[in-house]
Design a protein around this ligand. Structure first.
Ligand code: SAH
Ligand code: SF4
Length: 370
């Protein structure tokens, strides 16, 4: 909610002006589950807030964990029964890199882009998410014992504590205004205070949206889901390519990096025998060379009934070597959560028709990090 509107609502009830900040800070504490828990507010005000506002747009969540508690996935049910997914991924400190937590969130219920390897794409588009529904996915994990920020948390404190990636269900730049509003809400130091540099928007290549990021959110990271280096194959794998072909998408990525000074990530899902040959690696390197880009190779996480499988690791490495030899930085993404259907839209499909409340009763409690 807009702080001005909250202040006006409080004022109309005869509350002092400082209450607005108190309510906002309290509602973002990780150890609070509802307005009733805001113990520094008078009881009457707490019940008035409960009567007038929803504490969360998420009605029920089903959470499952894997990778020894490092990865957890949630299916969230919204007010109208739509379901969306979010994922929490933690990486312990390793060598010189510090421990890291990434929250992966959805921007739409479903997706209209219709990529054939993606479970969300296969399910089709249902509706746009509101900015509140986007932010509430982050708040879900912010309050979840798995993230365990602790009771000494203050607004603004977790900057750098977690990264947020729009890599769940949906094409964020097909829901641009609400996604941008959600990023601003997440940035707000009175709320979570997550720095824009800790947020990544992943797009299938919506060129006008990428240009809007340059002007509106220049500090947010951009990832482009390329998946093929030529139009013929990309038309099949990422059908929006018919509207904005490879060359235009790469030009938009270059504009973004030139104007913002930020490195753009080129995502490439590796599908066995389809887009993983060495000539494709040469073409991809050609697109990535000469500007501030980075190639991220992701072995396909096959959806149930998929006609495709992921490229075996040895060939992913050979593909990476060709790209590296061309002077382009490249990483191979560690695939997480296969056993919890953690690729885009998969768990949602598996749980269709089952009650999340019933599932919650059957789920063991999350381990609390010390
Ligand atoms: N719609 C946006 C963001 C959500 S999808 C986009 O496409 O970029 C986030 C990432 O997950 C994309 O790179 C997408 O291609 C990838 N993805 C989808 N299904 C996958 C699967 N089955 N295995 C591996 N990656 C997948
Ligand atoms: Fe939509 Fe992204 Fe899935 Fe393609 S990969 S269908 S753009 S969510």
């Amino acid at each position: 909610m807009d702080p001005g509107a909250l202040a006006a609502w409080l004022d109309a009830r005869g509350e002092p002006a400082y209450r607005a900040d108190q309510v906002l800070a309290g509602a973002h504490r990780p150890d609070v589950a509802g307005f009733a828990d805001l113990s520094d507010l008078p009881l009457g005000l707490r019940s008035a807030l409960s009567g007038a506002f929803r504490f969360s747009t998420i009605h029920a969540s089903h959470v499952i964990g894997t990778d020894d508690g490092l990865t957890a996935k949630a299916v969230h049910q919204l007010a109208d029964g739509q379901r969306i997914e979010s994922v929490l991924m933690r990486s312990p400190a390793r060598g010189t890199s510090a421990a890291r937590t990434t929250i992966c969130i959805s921007s739409q219920a479903g997706c209209a882009v219709n990529c054939p390897f993606c479970a969300t794409g296969q399910a089709g588009f249902a509706r746009q998410l509101t900015a509140g529904e986007i932010v509430d996915q982050v708040l879900h994990w912010h309050r979840h014992p798995w993230l365990a920020l602790g009771a000494d948390w203050r607004p603004g404190a977790p900057t750098g504590h977690y990264n947020i990636v729009f890599m769940g269900m949906g094409e964020p730049l097909n829901n641009r205004e609400r996604v941008f509003d959600a990023v601003r809400l997440l940035n707000d130091p009175r709320r979570l205070g997550v720095g824009a540099r800790h947020v990544t928007v992943s797009t299938s290549g919506v060129v006008p949206g990428m240009d809007a990021m340059i002007s509106d959110l220049p500090q947010v990271n951009l990832a482009i889901s390329l998946h093929a280096a030529d139009d013929e194959l990309r038309n099949e794998l990422v059908p929006i390519n018919r509207k904005w072909p490879v060359a235009e998408v790469i030009r938009a990525g270059r504009r973004f990096s030139e104007r913002t000074g930020r490195r753009v990530s080129l995502e490439y899902v590796m599908i066995d025998g389809l887009n993983d040959g060495l000539p494709a690696a040469e073409r991809l390197a050609g697109l990535a060379r000469g500007w501030r880009s980075h190639v991220n190779l992701i072995p396909l996480n096959p959806t149930p009934g998929s006609r495709w499988s992921g490229t075996p690791l040895a060939r992913v490495r050979a593909f990476a070597d060709v790209i590296r030899a061309a002077g382009v930085t490249v990483t191979v993404r560690d695939t997480r959560g296969r056993e919890i259907e953690a690729a885009c839209g998969q768990l949602h499909a598996q749980l269709a028709g089952r009650s999340l409340q019933d599932l919650a009763a059957a789920t063991p409690a999350a381990p609390v990090a010390s």
